[in-house]
Design a protein around this ligand. Structure first.
Ligand code: OAD
Ligand code: ZN
Length: 242
């Protein structure tokens, strides 16, 4: 059973605006590998070789293939019990905001409707020359090319790139306005995304972390619940419904 007592549950129940700030661990139980840790993808691939603009220009086919491979994984997985629980929270609270570092679209597919995607979305692509957006693309030629002749790239944030301004701004406002802030399945070491945790705390929100292990922010949160997101979140929801 989870380590939440009556006071903890009451605190959640009294919240008017709850934020869920999520990372790769949120989707681990759906079968999408995390970046770091035991089964992390970055153990096998070096991020600087794949997730940056210079690599894309030097070897667009290689980078494109890597994202095609991950897009294919994401399309074949489904939201897990944790994603579904977060979406169901919407029924019980005036405002729920999801701020995710994930590019896998699983919160949307689970039914959450107020989502800020800090690192983009693997389902979207755009032309690096004329900025036309493409959802579905023909991959007969790799990398695919736009009508204007420019290369098409995935709409994800690469190392050294800025976060989408509107998404970060919206997330920052939510973090500073909410009264409860869950940090779920993230190592919380990638900035500026992780700075939202500090903004929320400074603005007075109660911070609860859900992770299978301790992280850099565990000593900073008000509470850390050790366990899998797909198990803990439905349990919290059940307690709220009681
Ligand atoms: P990480 O791979 O760094 O961290 C995943 C976290 O999830 C770890 O702390 C795990 O302990 C935890 N975890 C694993 N399985 C879990 C489960 N079932 N339930 C709960 N927690 C679990 O992923 P992120 O923190 O998302 O950025 O990484 C942040 C960013 O670094 C990513 O968005 C990506 C990467 O570089 C870009 O691509 C821009
Ligand atoms: Zn173009």
């Amino acid at each position: 059973m989870i380590e939440l007592n009556k006071t903890d549950i009451e605190r959640i129940k009294c919240s008017r605006h709850i934020v869920f700030f999520t990372g790769a661990g949120m989707s681990a139980e759906s079968g999408v590998a995390t970046f770091r840790g035991k089964d992390g993808i970055w153990n096998k691939f070096r991020p600087e070789e794949l997730a940056n603009f210079d690599s894309f220009m030097k070897n667009p086919a290689m980078v494109w293939e890597w994202y095609s491979y991950r897009r294919d994984i994401v399309r074949h997985v489904i939201p897990n019990a944790g994603h579904l629980a977060i979406a169901e929270f919407q029924k019980y609270f005036p405002k729920i905001t999801v701020i995710t570092q994930n590019i896998d679209n699983l919160h949307k597919r689970a039914g959450s409707n107020n989502i800020f995607e800090l690192h983009g979305n693997i389902e979207r692509n755009y032309c690096i020359k004329c900025k036309t957006f493409y959802n579905d693309i023909e991959e007969r030629v790799v990398p695919p090319k736009c009508k204007c002749g420019g290369f098409i790239r995935p709409d994800v944030v690469w190392f050294g790139e800025y976060l989408p301004e509107d998404q970060y701004k919206g997330a920052e406002i939510a973090a500073s306005e909410c009264d409860y802030f869950f940090v779920v399945g993230t190592s919380a070491i990638v900035f500026p995304a992780a700075s939202l945790i500090y903004i929320a705390k400074k603005s007075g929100a109660f911070i609860t972390e859900i992770n299978i292990e301790e992280t850099d922010i565990s000593s900073f949160t008000n509470k850390t619940i050790m366990g899998k997101a797909g198990k803990i979140l439905p349990e919290i929801l059940e307690k709220i419904k009681e």
